[in-house]
Design a protein around this ligand. Structure first.
Ligand code: NAD
Length: 450
């Protein structure tokens, strides 16, 4: 719905996002501004653009995109915010390489289709940029993920995957509860991406999501590219919104790690069924064979003995839910029924309304910044991930979500594809930290700063 309303209101979006220069966040006359560039200013990139424009500590010097409509909306957002127009790079799919030649760039934010991420990240690192904030997924193949890790290590660069769900208010309250041992020792966790994307995968962009059955060249926004992944791939194509929070709960790469993984995928019916019902059996998209099973289920075992269950479910009618479950020796949270049960505190065998627990354990970051986060994307959580990234750049610190986190979370996709391809075999999970997970300490959201 958020995306839909964003698109529907595209014409007035810039006006709605206007922030007076005098009311900018983080204004400090003595501070050097972070010099930032952006590759990809589509719908997601525009969320990030909005947040960068609100900040006085960011000097946006270049943006690159190949879509004139996306560029036009972005330019109008910049003008309305009263900011200096950055250099615009466009014209061909490698125009961003020219932008990487700009001098003294502190950071780049990449919000392009998945298949571009690895190349754009590695090239940015090789161009000397030390902070890379990339939208979810480092790349496509396992080799892509290794390539990014190796490049970051070789050049001492920081690659931060901008996984915003880690900052959802309830997710962070649960993190607070986990750290205060409310659930006891964690045993089992669940999450996933359960989001009816049919209107996103088929979208002609003429009006809003929900129009048409087109994709590829005739599609718009994610229908231009994301749908191809549903044609050619089968696995958990989008694990990071579910696994990011879970990884923080059980300190993955920081005292714990993923050990092995096994995936199953159901039959693929939903996308074809949608096209036939909406546009008829003669529509060109009805002739396409989709490889992506409608519900992919992945199990992961961890070094400290926890099990994780992830589900990817984007092709069937359903309300949105990331399906979180965090279960320990003293109780559990399940987000689908908004319930928490803690033995000795909740009535036996009864759920408490989770909100009463969330109010009590609201994370210090939300207590401090919720007014600034208000109005930013996805219920405010988008503010926090950009805030953490930009503060890390300013302080020349490692971001709290680093390249090892990004690689481990992203690797679930190619590993799940391989498991399915090999008849649901259990596969060893690579250790991108090369043993350092045993010594690394948790750093994510330890206080109320960022
Ligand atoms: P989009 O299609 O709306 O935007 C992608 C943009 O990249 C388009 O404007 C396109 O023209 C541009 N692009 C493509 N190839 C390019 C190239 N070679 N050079 C420059 N620009 C290029 O898609 P989106 O929804 O903005 O998704 C972008 C990324 O953000 C994806 O990784 C997606 O998974 C992620 N995303 C994350 C969230 C979240 O909540 N974290 C939400 C939506 C999307």
């Amino acid at each position: 719905m958020k995306r839909k309303s964003f698109l529907q209101k595209a014409g007035i979006a810039a006006a709605a996002l206007t922030v007076l220069p005098g009311s900018e966040l983080f204004a400090n006359a003595n501070e050097t501004k972070v010099k930032a560039i952006m590759i990809g200013v589509g719908l997601r990139g525009q969320n990030h653009l909005d947040l960068l424009l609100r900040r006085a500590d960011v000097d946006l010097v270049g943006i690159c995109d190949i879509d004139d409509r996306m560029l036009a909306t972005s330019k109008s957002m910049i003008t309305k915010a009263g900011k200096k127009m950055p250099q615009i790079f466009t014209g061909d799919v490698y125009a961003w390489k020219k932008m990487l030649e700009l001098k003294n760039i502190d950071c780049v934010i990449i919000s392009t289709p998945w298949e571009w991420h690895k190349e754009m990240i590695v090239s940015s690192i090789e161009a000397g940029i030390k902070y890379i904030g990339t939208e979810v997924m480092l790349g496509i193949t396992l080799q892509d993920h290794w390539d990014v890790v190796r490049a970051a290590e070789k050049y001492n660069a920081h690659v931060c995957m901008l996984e915003n769900v880690c900052y959802r208010r309830d997710v962070m309250a649960v993190l607070n509860m986990v750290r205060q041992n409310v659930f006891g020792e964690l045993v089992h966790l669940q999450g996933g991406y359960q989001h009816d994307l049919r209107e996103v995968k088929f979208n002609n962009g003429i009006e809003a999501y929900g129009h048409g059955c087109e994709f590829g060249d005739k599609g718009w926004s994610e229908a231009r590219w994301r749908t191809h992944h549903s044609v050619h791939r089968n696995g958990d194509l989008y694990p990071t919104h579910g696994i990011g929070p879970i990884a923080h709960y059980i300190n993955i790469n920081r005292g714990n790690r993923f050990l092995n993984i096994c995936s199953f995928s159901s039959k693929a019916r939903g996308l074809h069924d949608y096209v036939v019902k909406k546009c008829g059996p003669e529509h060109s998209s009805a002739k396409v064979s989709f490889k992506l099973g409608d519900v992919a289920t992945t199990s992961i075992g961890c070094a400290n003995g926890e099990t994780i269950l992830l589900q990817h479910d984007t092709n069937l009618p359903r309300p949105y839910s990331l399906g979180f479950r965090v279960q320990g020796t003293d109780g559990l949270w399940m987000d689908v029924n908004k319930g928490i049960h803690i033995e000795g505190q909740s009535k036996p065998h009864r759920w408490d309304d989770a909100q009463t627990w969330f109010d009590k354990y609201d994370h210090p970051l939300w207590k401090r910044w919720s007014k600034d986060a208000a109005g930013s994307g996805h219920g405010g959580m988008d503010f926090y991930v950009i805030h953490m990234f930009i503060e890390s750049v300013k302080r020349k610190q490692a971001p709290q979500m680093d390249v090892y986190d990004a690689a481990a979370w992203s690797a679930i996709t190619p590993l799940s594809e391989s498991s399915i391809e090999m008849g649901n075999q259990t596969i060893e999970f690579p250790d991108f930290t090369a043993g350092k997970w045993m010594y690394r300490k948790p750093v994510f959201a330890l206080n109320d700063e960022f």
